[in-house]
Design a protein around this ligand. Structure first.
Ligand SMILES: [Ca+2]
Ligand SMILES: [Ca+2]
Length: 177
């Protein structure tokens, strides 16, 4: 009796990566990108009927920041759903990259693809540095030499280190003895 060999094929979707940059505090409905255009997806699908029926959606599992964005399920356009404040989302972190994942699924054929998206949230200088206390008491010996330096607590700046204020105005006139 002849044996029948059955070979199973599994079509694993290839994962493509996209990187977008957006300034924080840009407000809601800010355009981020268009998946189909930015990946030249129509060429990848290779079937115009298939391409026209593709529906796009976020894969939210493991990507909690998806809730901050919205995607048009037919045009694949991604926009912000809310104002993005870098200091809230990535407090005291030098960089702020939000990861998203989008699926593109044809309802006509068998096309299915996923896209990894990295959204770099650019910092803007929207915070004023401040000292933890409005006044500082220092005990200074009368024997201190002219030019002696005293250390006080650093100012706090919620913006990233590249936007830190590293030189403060001369505070001499505000010193009282
Ligand atoms: Ca901010
Ligand atoms: Ca900022």
């Amino acid at each position: 009796m002849d044996k029948i060999l059955i070979i199973g094929f599994m079509f694993l979707p290839t994962l493509q990566s996209l990187v977008y940059y957006i300034d924080e505090e840009s407000g809601s409905n800010k355009f981020l990108g268009n998946i189909a255009t930015d990946t030249n997806l129509e060429k990848l699908v290779n079937n115009s009927d298939d391409f026209k029926t593709i529906q796009y959606s976020f894969l939210t599992q493991g990507h909690p920041h998806s809730s901050k964005f919205k995607i048009n399920e037919t045009t694949s356009e991604i926009r912000t759903k809310e104002n993005l404040d870098r200091e809230t989302i990535c407090e005291y972190s030098p960089s702020c990259v939000l990861s998203l994942q989008v699926s593109a699924k044809s309802t006509y054929g068998i096309f299915f693809e996923t896209f990894d998206i990295s959204v770099h949230l650019n910092d803007i200088n929207d915070n004023t540095p401040y000292f933890p206390s409005s006044s500082v008491n220092l005990s200074v010996s009368e024997a201190s030499l002219v030019g002696t330096k005293f250390t006080i607590s650093s100012a706090i700046d919620k913006d990233s280190t590249k936007l830190f204020c590293d030189r403060l105005p001369d505070l001499t006139s505000r010193v009282s003895i």
